[in-house]
Design a protein around this ligand. Structure first.
Ligand code: ADP
Ligand code: MG
Length: 699
């Protein structure tokens, strides 16, 4: 079937002027009935047409026997029929000129092969008519400003109205959308739109992501992702959201093998690697979160707090103990605490003894009489400190809470800096919560939530700053070899490829007899390394194929004999190479992910790479500043940076290698399945790096 131009734009799918509900009934125990109730209950103002062959009217609305009998134009039809009737129903909608169908029907591609085939046929019919599809296997959507609760979820029956706010959600799980709706309601978050995309037979997560980027009501975008159909567009949209000053948060399932398997059977998505998704988030300025509820909570908090500027966290507390614990948890959580500048210390000295002036600043330690001026003066001094990006206040019940809250509101209003309050008023002084919320102060009840909020705000600031830094540029004298090889590359083949792109490798000769090995060693210069050349052995040293530090001819002969014995049948070449020295061993690699494309990785390597698991991944190619960022995010970064009495190592040369390998990955695209330098020996600053082992697979 030929593809037709879409009948309606995505924005119209989310803001329909008319909706037909197929299978509508009065019973809220049925999908169609529940959707009809939900739409009516929240005051949708467009045309609503229940479709039911057995009824003249439903809940006071005129009902129609079938979609063909319903007067058009119809923007949307909700289809909640058993899978056996799905194709026929979609065909009817397509013929009737419906703009888009929301397919609630499940047991499609996520279920089995027959379901996948059905989904494909449904998608083909829609495409041929230019009719858009949401789902199948979705739970509809919510457009709060349009008072539209178009979902089969029960959760929206339990709220008096759809609270309008700046947070938008696109979710690959319908049940999670419904859960997050009520969770957001409970924690005071207002939503703009929430869309459940299901199996994404047609419209996918990025289509609605784009609609949220363009939507004037949405300031913060939350994404629950299982697998992306269009990763490049995801990165682009992240960037344009940031350009518009919108915050994007994402949670992705499939961090573990257990999560991956669950996601696949859930929405039939190929998840791609989690590291690759994290790299895509970084490239798009998207803040990756660990769980959905936290994402919604943080979205609500950041929405109220506004963007973070330079500096770190200033913490003020009204409990010494609570402050100590909060400071511990923030520090463990990687949230940086500010050091007060001299001007701030001078101001604080009017209220506190010098040895009581810390971050956290404990109000309880004041000197002299306690009054509102102590609290106001302290909060004001801290929030105005140029080293403070955000003021966090941990409130415990005490007599001056109303004054303190007023001072916090003033601090926020006068400086425009973000302020967060940690306070659990479950039953005590609810008027303080009301006062804070009215004054625009966001409140969290738990330290964990404060950590997540501050961490996300700081990460967002840094990601956003990165978006303005220079784009990758191909390094000078980077020449792609005309024939980079195919299949599994042996070490000498991989190193030849690396040498061609400008990565230093040791001098090397390939020999096939003892005498030639000795002669080669003499030319290269002792000590040398002998290694068996193999296309099949992955860990050469484990197989007895690596003999290091051979100082004279006899040692070379012995090593040759041993390697000749250890080599797999049919392989007989031995590499004689210069014995290189370095202070640290890195792994630098390239991968091609079918979802996310070319990537570059760097980590602490050698034979301990799997054990250490200290690896960073980025989408390739990368600019030098990105490669440097990857190195700095490694847990063992201090080993490169002069830890204790160690020398500073040649980070610039390591950066250059990462950049070159990233360009190789980008240029070869899917042809380069994987390539590793392991190890790249890193020498002292100014003395460069050298790749002493390489392997790769090209197709
Ligand atoms: P494997 O296939 O087991 O990874 P490698 O070629 O990486 O084999 O050799 C194992 C280890 O030997 C390396 O991690 C490195 O520490 C050391 N090594 C290998 N080649 C050299 C060399 N040319 N100079 C110095 N050390 C080397
Ligand atoms: Mg190796």
């Amino acid at each position: 079937m030929k593809q037709q131009a879409p009948r309606i734009p995505v924005e119209r799918v989310v803001s329909p002027h008319s909706i037909a509900i197929i299978g509508a009934s009065e019973s809220i125990d049925k999908f169609g009935g529940r959707i009809l109730h939900n739409v009516m209950r929240h005051g949708y103002e467009g045309r609503l047409l229940p479709i039911n062959p057995n009824r003249e009217t439903l809940l006071g609305l005129k009902a129609y026997p079938n979609i063909a009998a319903a007067p058009g134009p119809l923007d949307l039809a909700v289809v909640a029929v058993p899978a056996t009737q799905l194709l026929a129903m979609v065909e009817e909608c397509a013929k009737a000129g419906v703009g888009a169908c929301i397919l609630v029907t499940a047991q499609t591609a996520e279920f089995d092969a027959a379901g996948a085939e059905l989904q494909d046929r449904v998608a083909a019919v829609a495409k041929a008519h230019g009719m858009r599809l949401v789902g199948p296997n979705c739970m509809g959507m919510i457009n709060a400003p349009a008072k539209l609760g178009l979902t089969s979820s029960m959760t929206i029956q339990h709220v008096p109205s759809l609270r309008v706010g700046g947070v938008g959600l696109v979710s690959q799980s319908g049940a999670l959308m419904a859960t997050l709706f009520i969770h957001g309601y409970d924690v005071g978050v207002g939503f703009s739109r929430m869309i459940s995309v299901g199996n994404q037979a047609d419209l996918d997560l990025t289509d609605f992501f784009e609609a949220l980027v363009d939507d004037a009501h949405t300031t913060t975008i939350c994404l629950y992702v299982e697998g992306l159909k269009n990763p490049a567009r995801f990165v682009e949209l992240g960037r344009s959201a940031n350009e518009k000053g919108k915050t994007v948060l994402a949670v992705k399932a499939g961090r573990t093998d257990a999560g991956l398997a669950a996601a696949k059977s859930h929405t039939a998505s190929l998840a791609g690697s989690y590291a690759a998704f994290a790299a895509a988030c970084r490239a798009g300025g998207v803040v990756l979160m660990d769980e959905p509820e936290a994402m919604i909570m943080v979205a609500g908090m950041l929405d109220k707090m506004g963007p973070f500027g330079a500096g770190s966290v200033g913490l003020v507390v009204s409990s010494g103990g609570g402050g100590a614990v909060t400071a511990d948890r923030l520090t463990e959580g990687g949230v940086p605490m500010a050091a007060w500048t001299a001007g701030t210390v001078a101001k604080l000295e009017t209220h506190f003894l010098p040895h009581h002036i810390n971050n956290p600043m404990d109000l309880g330690a004041h000197k002299g009489a306690l009054g509102p001026h102590v609290f106001a003066g302290t909060l004001d001094a801290v929030v105005r400190d140029p080293a403070v990006a955000v003021l966090a206040y941990m409130m415990t019940p005490q007599p001056l809470m109303a004054d303190t809250t007023a001072a916090l509101i003033r601090a926020r209003q006068e400086t425009g800096k973000p302020v967060a309050v940690l306070y659990d008023t479950s039953s005590f002084a609810p008027e303080i919560t009301a006062q804070a919320l009215e004054g625009g102060l966001p409140i969290v009840k738990r330290i964990d939530d404060l950590i997540r909020t501050l961490d996300a705000g700081i990460r967002l600031r840094d990601l956003r700053a990165d978006l303005t830094r220079p784009a990758p540029q191909k390094p000078a004298e980077f020449v792609m070899p005309a024939s980079p090889g195919t299949g599994q590359l042996s070490e000498p083949e991989a190193k030849a490829l690396l040498a061609a792109i400008g990565v230093p490798v040791p001098a090397e000769e390939i020999v096939d007899n003892e005498d030639a090995a000795v002669a080669a060693a003499a030319r290269i210069g002792f000590p040398v390394v002998l290694k068996g050349v193999s296309h099949t052995v992955v860990h050469k040293s484990d197989a007895g194929l690596v003999h290091l530090n051979l100082g004279e001819a006899e040692a070379v002969k012995r090593a040759f004999a041993a390697i000749a014995k250890a080599l797999p049948a049919g392989e007989r070449h031995v590499s004689v190479q210069q014995m290189a020295r370095g202070e640290a061993e890195l792994i630098v690699g390239a991968r091609y992910d079918d979802s996310f494309g070319p990537q570059v990785i760097v980590g602490f390597g050698g034979v301990l790479v799997e054990l250490l698991g200290d690896v960073q991944t980025a989408l390739a190619p990368v600019a030098p500043w990105q490669a440097e960022g990857m190195l700095k995010r490694l847990k063992l970064w201090p080993l490169l940076d002069g830890y204790r009495s160690r020398p500073k190592l040649d980070v610039a040369a390591a950066v250059d290698t990462v950049v070159r390998v990233s360009w190789l990955a980008a240029e070869l695209g899917p042809r380069l399945r994987e390539l590793d330098i392991n190890p790249l020996l890193v020498r002292r600053a100014g003395h460069g790096v050298i790749a002493v082992d390489g392997r790769g697979t090209l197709s």
